[in-house]
Design a protein around this ligand. Structure first.
Ligand code: ZN
Length: 117
């Protein structure tokens, strides 16, 4: 189980952490996605053990390459690829905004009406 409180406490400026993140990535030149090739949970989100705890790699990547994640914000994959950790494909959003986007994408994937993403 991932503890968000501890994920925030990770010192992302740590070079060893960045090295471990980028060493387990497969780049997709078409999509630009950085696919995590390490451990993934049942939903396809990459995880990395760091400091005796598991962390979501997309949150670590955002914090390392973009900046601190605001309180209570979630990281949305704008590319809809849960295993991606390309910081250019990650956006910090409120839980409400994240749910709204996920709902729109689910409608789109099911082929319901033409719901804009
Ligand atoms: Zn991506």
């Amino acid at each position: 189980m991932i503890n968000k409180k501890h994920a925030k406490a990770v010192k992302v400026e740590d070079c060893e952490l960045v090295r471990r993140l980028v060493s387990r990535v497969a780049h997709n030149p078409q999509s630009g996605c950085w696919h995590w090739i390490g451990y993934k949970d049942s939903k396809g989100y990459g995880q990395l053990r760091w400091g005796n705890r598991m962390h979501w790699v997309h949150r670590l990547s955002y914090a390392a390459f973009v900046g601190p994640i605001g309180d209570k914000l979630q990281i949305d994959h704008t590319c809809c690829n849960p295993s991606c950790l390309n910081p250019k494909h990650l956006e910090a959003v409120t839980p409400a905004e994240n749910r709204k986007r996920q709902s729109k994408r689910a409608h789109y994937e099911r082929g319901d009406d033409d719901v804009p993403i």
